[in-house]
Design a protein around this ligand. Structure first.
Ligand code: 3PG
Ligand code: MG
Length: 402
């Protein structure tokens, strides 16, 4: 199933290995706010160091637009990365190319790790510039890409470098691709997709791809309001996109042609104010008051979703089902996520989630560790759900053989 090489296929002892990771982590007051991405690449780096590679770690951080920006330095990440590696020292190099970098790399002993400065401090990174890629590739003998979450970017460190060096996927990239492959490429059927979030407009391509691939599609979040509107339901003061009526209607039509059952809300939670603890009521979708805002799905809808999950063997989940960040409107997201987690624990469901707010929503429901696989990717996960070829993945599949 996999057309890419892994760490099992490359001989790394004594070699200089350039590892593209995604250390684009949330920062709060100068400290790492969430170490998930650091923790998830640590096994690849530890394995390479343990096998005697000279490990050169490269990443982007933020969007500095081709110039050094002090607040976007990777310097503060060196220590948390070292901690994730069980205390293995991480030598920070204050640029990613040039004489200083070359000499730092030249003194790196087998088993040692260096972290280069933010790749995006040079315009050549995002421009996928050949000269910039030559300079990066010149630092190493081998290239490992462990940044699935940056694989939707055709940048020098994700594509051009892969074409210049013998390459392989790191363990995190491998795990992401294997999990995603099991979820949509070679899934055990029936497959159910749960898609939430605010807007149909940002997920049109994703919905169009999913209806071709899954047996059931649950639409929740404010984007469901647009679909309800298409069905002639009055959604009151709820967020919806009347401009997308034709698109939503087309998706419904194509879904029925493709044998994909669409699950829409039948009852919803409405309120007049968008705030924590606001007074709310659960009503059938036909009874949304003119000044009512739909902020969550009701219990009947949740029960139908639970039934659909129980009747499925594979789940792909993207996006919250309601305004999960404000209580009590996290009800449907939490209830359905817990149902999926329970079925996963019973061995009845393979559950894969990712993209944007999804991780925070599952974390809120306390089930982050109970899904089969939760992707570290935001935009890359969405583009993958759209059925698009990710340049960083394609480069690994087609480029140089070691
Ligand atoms: C992400 O956080 O989604 C990735 O690190 C990609 O970042 P970007 O959207 O700035 O390319
Ligand atoms: Mg992003």
């Amino acid at each position: 199933m996999t057309a890419f090489r892994t760490l099992d296929d490359i001989e790394v002892a004594g070699k200089r290995v350039l590892v593209r990771v995604d250390l684009n982590v949330p920062m709060r007051e100068g400290a790492v706010g969430d170490t998930t991405r650091i923790d998830r690449v640590a096994p690849t780096l530890a394995e390479l160091a343990g096998r005697g590679a000279r490990v050169i770690v490269a990443s982007h951080f933020g969007r500095p637009k081709g110039k050094p920006v002090a607040a976007m330095s990777l310097g503060p990440i060196a220590e948390p990365l070292s901690q994730a590696l069980g205390g293995l020292p991480v030598r920070f190099v204050p640029d990613c190319l040039g004489a200083e970098v070359e000499s730092a790399v030249a003194t790196l002993a087998p088993g040692e790790v260096a972290l280069l400065e933010n790749l995006r401090f040079h315009a050549g990174e995002e421009a996928n510039d050949p000269a910039f890629a030559d300079a990066l590739a010149g630092l190493a003998d081998l290239y490992v890409n462990d940044a699935f979450s940056a694989a939707h970017r055709a940048h020098a460190s994700t594509t051009a470098v892969a074409e210049r060096l013998p390459n392989a996927a790191g363990r995190l990239m491998q795990a992401e691709l294997e999990a995603l492959g099991k979820a949509l490429q070679v899934p055990e059927r029936p497959v159910i997709a749960v898609v939430g979030g605010a807007k149909v407009s940002t997920k049109l391509a994703l919905l169009a791809n999913l209806i071709e691939r899954v047996d059931r599609l649950v639409i929740g979040g404010a984007m469901a309001n647009t679909f309800l509107h298409v069905q002639g339901v009055s959604v009151g003061a709820s967020l919806h996109e009347p401009d997308l009526t034709a698109d939503a209607r087309r998706i419904m039509g194509e879904a029925s042609g493709a044998g994909c059952g669409i699950v829409l809300p039948t009852d919803v939670v409405v309120t007049r104010e968008f705030r924590e603890g606001a007074e709310s009521a659960t009503v059938p979708v036909a009874d949304v008051p003119p000044d009512g805002m739909i902020l969550d799905l009701g219990p009947d809808t949740c029960a139908r979703i639970e039934g659909a999950l129980a009747a499925s063997h594979t789940l792909v989940w993207n996006g919250p089902l309601g305004a999960f960040e404000i209580e009590p409107f996290d009800y449907a997201t939490t209830r359905c996520a817990r149902a999926a987690a329970r079925l996963t624990g019973e061995g009845r469901l393979l559950s894969v989630a990712g993209g944007g707010d999804t991780v925070a929503a599952l974390q809120g429901a306390g089930v982050l560790g109970a899904f089969s696989y939760v992707s570290t990717a935001g935009g890359a996960f969405l583009e993958w759900l759209e059925g698009r070829t990710l340049p960083g993945v394609a480069a690994l599949e087609t480029a140089t053989t070691p």
